[in-house]
Design a protein around this ligand. Structure first.
Ligand code: ADP
Length: 335
């Protein structure tokens, strides 16, 4: 899955790491999830046991990895990072699980992309902290049980619907992260601006927040672009409204935060398919992008802001989408 919001180079990754809040108190928004996690962690601490397994779902950039790190940090346990695509055989998972120390937090990103054989091994590991290792082949094959150190699994997925039920059922706690409200993103930006040492006045913060697609990762990324712009053009001036606008226009983020791919999808539905309905795979081919990226990255936001509807026959554009593209909608022509 290509994450269109993924930072592109190492230094960007390092900055992203530096901007991660390390406690639940610093984590902005997602109030309900934060409260639930706090309770889960407190209970585990009182009973001196590893916390229940946690499943976090939601579009990229909303804080799943950050929350996994916070779980480890707040429970003062080490953290191990892995991802579904890196676990292509049961053996990969067996090696990972058997090397965990007692109480370790294991984060598996994109947990829905693990190999099927590994999934089955994971059920048992999550439930009984035990795995069966197959030795030999054919009629002579035997399975050797292996006890594991108790651990907390934090699984992240952009598509919880793709997880098999037996796996989903073994998470004691499941949370869905929602897109952030602009005021919450303003707080993310305020915090990050302080950390990277750039002065951003409130109106400019609001402008960045409006264009961040409800996503903290994008807010942080746009903030860095504004900072770059200031370094080059700003004579050290504060990031006023005009500078923010100029910097963001340069990066092809439109006034409501849609990026190139969002607009390509909308444009295809509205112009090419006359408002739809159009099927996902046709749409993906038309814009030259993987269907999974369209479905888990692009569509959730367009649906959330009311530009796109999903129907059994395919995707349809709403009158708001037509208005945003400056195209007259079929409805408006009837008037
Ligand atoms: P995901 O794993 O869901 O793709 P990440 O946890 O990697 O997202 O978050 C991406 C970036 O956004 C990180 O730099 C993180 O610091 C920031 N971020 C995400 N959620 C929050 C939040 N609630 N408060 C502050 N910063 C956040």
């Amino acid at each position: 899955l290509r994450d269109v919001d993924e930072p592109v180079d190492e230094s960007e990754l390092a900055i992203e790491g530096a901007l991660r809040p390390s406690s639940l108190a610093e984590f902005v928004g997602q109030q309900k999830v934060r409260g639930q996690l706090q309770l889960l962690l407190d209970a585990a601490r009182i009973q001196q046991r590893p916390a229940d397994h946690i499943l976090l779902s939601g579009p990229p950039g909303l804080g799943k990895t950050t929350l996994a790190m916070i779980v480890a940090h707040e429970s003062e346990r080490p953290l191990r990072l892995s991802s579904g695509p890196a676990i292509q055989h049961a053996g990969d998972l067996a090696a990972l699980l058997s090397s965990l120390t007692p109480g370790e937090v294991l984060f598996i990103d994109e947990v829905h992309r693990m190999a099927r054989s590994a999934e089955e091994m994971l059920y048992l590991a999550m439930e009984d902290f035990r795995i069966d290792i197959m030795v030999g082949k054919g009629a002579g094959a035997t399975s050797i049980p292996l006890d594991l150190a108790p651990f907390t699994l934090v699984g992240a997925t952009t598509r919880s619907g793709l997880l098999p039920n037996p796996l989903r059922d073994r998470f004691g706690f499941t949370a869905h992260l929602e897109y952030y409200e602009p005021v919450e993103l303003e707080r993310v930006i305020e915090r990050s601006a302080r950390l990277i040492g750039v002065a951003v006045p409130p109106e400019a913060r609001a402008e960045i927040a409006r264009r961040s697609r409800g996503t903290p990762r994008i807010a942080n990324r746009l903030l860095r672009r504004v900072r770059d712009y200031l370094i080059v053009h700003g004579d050290g001036a504060d990031a006023d409204h005009a500078i923010v606008d100029a910097a963001l226009d340069l990066y092809d983020v439109d006034p409501i935060g849609l990026d190139r791919l969002d607009r390509a999808v909308l444009d295809a539905v509205v112009r090419r398919f006359r408002g739809g309905p159009v099927g996902l795979s046709t749409l993906a081919v038309t814009v030259g992008e993987e269907a999974e990226t369209i479905e888990s990255v692009v569509e959730p936001y367009l649906v959330r802001i009311g530009f796109l509807g999903r129907t059994p026959r395919g995707r349809i554009a709403t009158p708001e989408a037509y208005a945003h593209l400056g195209v007259r909608s079929p409805e408006s022509m009837l008037e």
